[in-house]
Ligand binder design. Structure first.
Ligand code: CTP
Length: 472
């Protein structure tokens, strides 16, 4: 089979010519070939394997390009990278690798194309396209990767125990590809992941998070989280989630399985947003439920304060996984903390003041919060399902209405502290805060409009109550 069509980009002819000048063979390998066959759009990365020095080939290619781009050399890995238009091209010499037990870093020797294909993670990632003049576009598929692409199977080229043990990150990659492509992991491979799960410990958190993010960014993330759970990897990576598993029953009263519920919420939200951090919020919105779960004879199961507990746990989880402790994390915390607020509104008719309070507390995140809470509706009772969704529509409309009228978002007090001090001739003191709070409360309650005149009048009244004298 010939795949010249895949090599239409002029860069491939230049690589081919450069390889010929150096008298070595070169191949396109990995994700580019896989994604071409799957018609997954045009790739942003191309991996080139040279039978010889990848670094020399990269330098030769740069020489042959009109703009002589910079070649970035990674000596320790024996690889080099250059950019052509918006594509990153990585060059590596074909290698044979062997690993020892407790390190991801292999002992590397030069090898043939076959050695190089053997050391790759999956049959679908080991496909190579020949760039030599005579065999331009020929495909080299020693492990029937094309067949596996057709049958939607993730399979390792070698015995999976060797492939996964060599580089345990591949266990995560298998699950990530299964999620992104909606493929099945072949049975022996799946067993091997369970068997080798403990070796995930030698992988850095940063690399694990890259895979978790890719799973979360897929159209149906639950595929990945179910596989992580089934193989036992999840326990090592996100024990907060496995702790949500199971249904307890006391005196005939049960609560829902919050793990499967969470996965439904994540799948739901993925239909409505591509925001990775909002998807993280969906994944973590109930983690506080495991440590706060209690059974009361009269009221049944409760999870009091789980939103607060959960938001604290988000910080520890991000820290442990070496995820950014910045405003993305704060956003996730805020979503988790507020995740039960709108549903309370949706159960009944929401009052204007309740909506104003929601907008006040959620600020610019109010729409994201609504998206999260709509995804949280997983009831199997069609009547309730309809009612909640309808009520959320009403809440959304009220948010717009209240916004237009009252400008609560990013609330600025209509009467400033300076004006209060000036009016009553005060130095900084507690009374100023008391007056400001009374004005804010009156606006949120709808007792006064959010404008200067009304707030000023209320300030005078509150001042009088506090025994303050207006400056003459
Ligand atoms: N590879 C591997 N084992 C790894 C990582 C990568 O064998 N742990 C090989 C695979 O052949 C893979 C290639 O290196 O196709 C390139 O890796 P990478 O760029 O990470 O993945 P892609 O397959 O290109 O896919 P994606 O861009 O979706 O991550």
């Amino acid at each position: 089979m010939n795949y010249k069509q895949a090599l239409k980009n002029p860069i491939f002819k230049i690589i081919s010519k450069s390889a010929k000048e150096l008298q070595l063979d070169a191949y396109v390998i990995g994700g580019f070939v896989r994604d071409y066959i799957l018609q997954r759009g045009t790739a942003k990365d191309i991996d080139i394997v040279a039978i010889g020095s990848g670094i020399e080939l990269a330098k030769q290619v740069a020489k042959n390009l009109p703009n002589n781009p910079k070649v970035q050399v990674f000596k320790t890995y024996g690889t080099a990278m250059l950019r052509f238009e918006d594509i990153e091209i990585e060059f590596v010499g074909a290698r044979k690798e062997s690993y020892n037990e407790d390190s991801r870093n292999p002992i590397v020797e030069n090898g043939t194309l076959e050695d190089d294909q053997n050391r790759r993670d999956f049959t679908i990632n080991a496909l190579a396209l020949d760039l030599s003049e005579d065999n331009y576009g020929n495909i080299l598929d020693p492990f029937n990767g094309i067949q596996d692409l057709k049958e939607a199977i993730i399979r390792t080229p070698l015995n999976p125990d060797i492939t996964y043990s060599d580089d345990p990150l591949r266990m995560m990659r298998a699950i990530r590809f299964a999620t992104q492509l909606n493929f099945k992991i072949e049975e022996e491979s799946l067993k091997s992941i369970s068997k080798n799960k403990e070796r995930i410990k030698i992988i850095t958190n940063e690399r694990i998070v890259v895979e978790l993010n890719k799973i979360l960014e897929s159209s149906k993330p639950s595929i990945g989280f179910l596989l992580l759970e089934e193989t036992g990897l999840l326990e090592y990576i996100l024990p907060e989630l496995t702790a949500l598993k199971g249904i307890d029953e006391v005196e005939g009263q049960k609560h829902k399985d919050n793990f499967y519920h969470t996965l439904e919420v994540v799948d739901n939200i993925s239909k409505n947003t591509d925001n990775l951090w909002l998807r993280w919020a969906a994944l973590l919105h109930d983690i506080g439920k495991a440590p706060t779960k209690k059974f009361h004879k009269k009221i049944g199961w409760t999870f009091h304060g789980h939103e607060f507990k959960g938001s604290k746990m988000v910080y520890h989880l991000f820290k442990r996984l070496k995820m950014p402790l910045n405003d993305k994390m704060k956003f996730v915390q805020k979503m988790v903390y507020m995740s039960s607020r709108p549903i309370v509104l949706a159960e009944d008719m929401a009052t204007d003041s309740a909506v104003r309070r929601l907008v006040f507390d959620a600020g610019d995140y109010v729409e994201d919060l609504m998206t999260l809470c709509e995804a949280d509706i997983t009831t199997k009772n069609p009547k309730k399902f309809k009612k909640y969704h309808n009520n959320f529509k009403i809440v959304r409309n009220k948010i717009i209405e209240v916004e237009e009228r009252d400008h609560i978002r990013n609330f600025q007090p209509p009467v400033s502290g300076e004006i209060i001090m000036e009016t009553f001739n005060l130095k900084p003191c507690r009374e100023i805060g008391t007056i400001k709070e009374a004005i804010k409360e009156a606006i949120l309650e709808g007792d006064i409009p959010n404008d200067f005149e009304a707030a000023y009048q209320l300030m005078l009244k509150e001042g009088e109550k506090l025994g303050l004298k207006v400056k003459k």
